[in-house]
Design a protein around this ligand. Structure first.
Ligand SMILES: O=C(O)c1cc(C(=O)O)c2c(n1)C(=O)C(=O)c1cc(C(=O)O)[nH]c1-2
Length: 256
């Protein structure tokens, strides 16, 4: 055991409330709602091409989420936990009558004038987007289960940003309507359930202070995954507007 880990284990276990407060403090400090790109997006300050760049890159995240959840399930020996987690894959991939979140995301990219095949190929995504989302998949595949669960807890902070996004984008962009915001409306119901389950799970299963601190670090890591994607978008499409070779160019979009 490293010296740092031993020192952390020797500290008193946080109470469940203290543990939750430490997790929530990470969101208050560094969730991506604080990123200038989101403020531009929600405030109507971007043009259609820039919004399309965001949606196209964010598709990579959407498609990685069920992959990381499937990777998680594959590591779980407890049948009940697999049952409790597997719906996350289905929420995104669809199930029965529900076309799923990825399909709803493609309705958004259709509405922005992007070709579906191009979006799904991820060929136009920024290099940093690909690195960031794959780092998340790898993290969930490799870290201890309780830490992997904790990394989903940025979802505690997502409903606030989804509400702001629905109202801000509907109000500020004439190319956004209710149909294309369906993805976020659905997440307003799904995310609190998923986050509540994950929070209860880590409270019950992080048994040492070191494990609790590793969970907090996982939320910090995940905030970085989200933040890095917006840094890359800002750099490529806002200022200095350096589009990496081969990445989506908004000028190729009709009415971009
Ligand atoms: O729009 C957003 O800001 C946002 C953020 C996050 C998040 O915090 O990771 C998720 C989502 N949306 C989302 O729609 C979603 O399905 C989702 C799943 C997860 C996850 O880590 O399992 N995060 C998020």
């Amino acid at each position: 055991m490293s010296e740092r880990r031993a020192a952390s284990d020797a500290k008193t276990l946080w109470t469940p409330d203290e543990f939750e407060a430490a997790i929530r403090a990470v969101g208050a400090e560094r969730y991506h709602d604080l990123h200038p790109f989101h403020q531009l997006l929600h405030g109507g300050k971007l043009n259609k091409g820039q919004v399309a760049a965001w949606a196209l890159n964010r598709y990579c995240y959407q498609s990685a989420v069920p992959r990381k959840d499937a990777a998680f399930v594959s590591r779980v020996f407890d049948r009940q936990l697999r049952r409790d987690w597997i719906h996350r894959v289905l929420e995104h991939d669809g199930h029965g009558e529900d076309p799923g979140g990825i399909e709803r995301w493609l309705v958004l990219t259709d509405g922005l004038g992007l070709d579906r095949g191009y979006v799904q190929s991820m060929e136009g995504a920024l290099p940093a987007t690909r690195f960031a989302v794959e780092a998340y998949v790898r993290f969930v595949r490799e870290e201890p289960l309780v830490v992997a669960v904790a990394s989903s807890l940025t979802e505690l902070f997502a409903p606030k940003i989804h509400k702001e996004r629905i109202s801000g984008m509907l109000e500020n962009y004439d190319f956004i309507d209710d149909d294309v915001m369906a993805y976020f409306k659905k997440r307003l119901v799904q995310a609190p359930n998923d986050a509540g389950f994950a929070l209860d799970f880590i409270k019950a299963h992080a048994e040492t202070r070191a494990e609790q601190e590793a969970c907090v670090a996982a939320v910090r890591f995940k905030c970085n995954v989200l933040w890095a994607q917006l840094d890359a978008l800002h750099h490529a499409y806002v200022s200095p507007a350096w589009i990496p070779p081969g990445a989506f160019n908004p000028e190729t979009l009709d009415n971009g």
